[in-house]
Every structure is written in structure tokens, then in C-alpha cells.
Design a binder for this molecule. Structure first.
Ligand SMILES: Nc1ncnc2c1ncn2[C@@H]1O[C@H](COP(=O)(O)OP(=O)(O)OP(=O)(O)O)[C@@H](O)[C@H]1O
Length: 302
């Protein structure tokens, strides 16, 4: 999927752009997280990508074909948007079957069983949708987006209304979905979730692209590590010993643990040295988590 110079204003003559000169690419097999504060233009971008509204300028190509309302390539795109409409008096299963019939495609192409397994609704699938909780409707809507196992799956805030175990499940669903060479684009406010389920990120603010790239690149999980000692903070002497190690740039004590800037030493070598120094290491990980990176990126705007 390739977006080039995408621009959208809801009211002509208004100088406020919902999306302005946005460009980025997504490759097959990636799970791309679309991040941005309220009003950044995420939903507007996804609606253009789904062919629901037309851009004022720029274009979106999916598998080389330009996306516009009614474009045939949209049959390869599945989408979940908030508030999917279901017929309340029909069962979850009947709703999905009807939806698929309306596409006019052969029943066996729906891969209903796979989509239903992902929804994980069990017996509730046979109950009227009006008896569903918000989370159940949400999962039915996600299953609906997966009907036909589309090559590109677009999910706008899929974890809204889900409980923590379901949020976790959603993460696995997205990773598994893309593992087979398909592509997922997901917008979310849950930074920790995005960090764990996405391979790539696009950060938007006020309609514009702020940054795009692999998650690790954006979170800057590179040269500073957070070492969490078991059993609370370590003494000043230990900090000095770590600082004196070859290939260690600097060491600082932080609330969450010890921040070690690497200057030549690899994380694996550092861990070996810490063990040799008898520092009781409980965990070692990249310091700059997505939340910090995100807040830094959108900085003043937030
Ligand atoms: N139908 C509409 N008519 C007029 N303006 C709109 C419409 N939809 C969105 N906007 C405006 O476009 C801008 C981008 O909105 P959009 O919903 O795309 O942002 P978002 O990143 O999805 O936000 P959120 O995280 O709050 O869902 C906002 O300023 C919003 O007020």
C-alpha cells in the first residue's frame, strides 16, 4: 500500500486540513500502527484507504491499483470501523452470512470458520446480536472485517471496549494474520499495545506525517538500556563499577532502574559483565519506550 501526497479538507475554503500531504508505504507481512493524538487525521486517512471518502489531492495505491470509492481492488481490503451495523434480531452467525451474501462472492470464499474462530464468541454466535455486550459486538465486527481473509486488513481502534485478556488476544490475532504474508494497518491510542503488536509505525499530528519507520527505530531502542536490578536500587559503588566497564558510555540511576548508555559494548556483553560483577539483574530492555518517543515526537502539540 502506498500513499502519496494525500490531502483532505472537510470544508472547502477552510484552512484546516484533516490530512495534509501525507506519504508512506506499507509492505506485505507488516503490521503498521497508525498513531497520533485526537484529531491527527488517522480516521480520515483510514476512511480514504477504505474508499469511503475521496481525497482532495494525492492518491492511495493498493497492490498497484488506485483506491477510490467502488474500486475493484477494495475486494482485497477488509475494514473494521467503529460502530459496525448489525441486524439486532439476528444471530452473530446470521449477520456474518448475510453480510457475505451481499458481497455477491461465493460462500466458500468467506472462510467463515476461520473468521469465527478469531472472534472467539463460542455459543454466543447463535444468539441474537441485541443480547451482545460491547466487546462481543466488537469481536463480531472484527470477524466481519476478516471475512474472505483480505490481503489488507484495516482496523480503526479495534481494542476499544475490549477487556485486557481480549486486548491481548487481539495482539496475537494481528501478528498471526500478518505472518501469512497479509498486511494489517491498525490505528490505536494504546501505545504499549502498538509497541508489542506492530512491526512498523506511522506517527501523525494535525494531519501531517511526523515519523514513519520500524518500531525499534522510532522507540530508539538502540544505545541506552534500562537495567532493572532485582531487590531494589543498587549502591553507588556498583554504579561506578558498571560505568568503568569497557564499552559503557555512561551510567545513571533512574526511578525504574539503571540507565546504561552503550558505547561499543553489545547488550549481551553488558549482561555478561553485570553477572560477573554480581549485579542481581531482573530485566534488561531498551530504555526509550514508545510512550516517551511518541510524546517527544508530538512534543509541543500535545
Ligand atoms: N466529517 C467531518 N466533518 C468535518 N470535520 C471532520 C470530520 N471528520 C473529522 N473532521 C476533522 O478532521 C480532523 C481529523 O479528524 P480524524 O477523525 O481523522 O482524527 P483522528 O486522528 O482519527 O482522531 P481521534 O484519535 O480523535 O479519533 C479533526 O480536526 C476533525 O475535527
Amino acid at each position: 500500500m502506498e500513499i502519496t501526497g494525500l490531502t483532505k479538507r472537510y470544508a472547502k475554503g477552510q484552512d484546516r486540513y484533516a490530512v495534509r500531504d501525507l506519504s508512506f508505504r506499507v509492505e506485505q507481512g507488516q503490521v503498521l500502527g497508525l498513531l497520533g493524538p485526537n484529531g491527527a487525521g488517522k480516521t480520515t486517512t483510514l476512511r480514504m484507504l477504505m474508499g469511503l471518502i475521496s481525497p482532495d489531492a494525492g492518491e492511495i495505491r493498493v497492490f498497484g491499483h488506485v483506491v477510490r470509492p467502488g474500486a475493484p481492488v477494495l475486494s482485497r481490503v477488509g475494514a473494521f470501523v467503529e460502530g459496525a451495523g448489525f441486524l439486532p434480531h439476528l444471530s452473530g452467525r446470521a449477520n456474518l452470512e448475510l453480510y457475505w451474501q451481499a458481497t455477491g462472492r461465493p460462500a466458500e470464499d468467506a472462510h467463515l470458520a476461520e473468521a469465527l474462530e478469531i472472534a472467539g464468541l463460542g455459543d454466543a454466535l447463535e444468539r441474537a446480536v441485541r443480547t451482545y455486550s460491547q466487546g462481543m459486538r466488537q469481536r463480531l465486527a472484527i470477524a466481519q472485517a476478516m471475512l474472505g481473509l483480505p490481503d489488507l486488513l484495516i482496523l480503526d481502534e479495534p481494542t476499544n471496549g475490549l477487556d485486557p485478556p481480549q486486548i491481548r488476544e487481539m495482539r496475537d490475532v494481528m501478528i498471526r494474520y500478518a505472518a501469512g504474508g497479509r498486511t494489517v494497518i491498525v490505528s490505536s491510542h494504546l501505545l504499549a499495545e502498538v509497541e508489542q503488536s506492530c512491526t512498523h509505525l506511522v506517527v501523525m499530528d494535525r494531519g501531517r506525517l511526523v515519523q514513519a519507520g520500524p518500531v525499534a527505530e522510532i522507540t530508539g531502542g538502540g544505545d541506552t538500556l534500562l537495567v532493572t536490578p532485582a531487590g531494589g536500587p543498587v549502591g553507588a559503588t556498583t554504579l561506578e563499577k558498571i560505568a568503568a566497564l569497557e564499552g559503557v558510555g555512561s551510567v545513571a540511576a533512574a526511578d525504574e532502574g539503571i540507565l546504561v548508555r552503550l558505547d561499543g559494548v553489545t547488550p549481551a556483553e553488558l549482561i555478561a559483565e553485570l553477572v560477573r560483577l554480581e549485579v542481581p539483574v531482573a530485566a534488561v530492555g531498551p530504555h526509550r519506550r514508545l510512550e516517551d518517543a511518541f510524546l517527544t515526537l508530538i512534543g509541543g502539540a500535545a
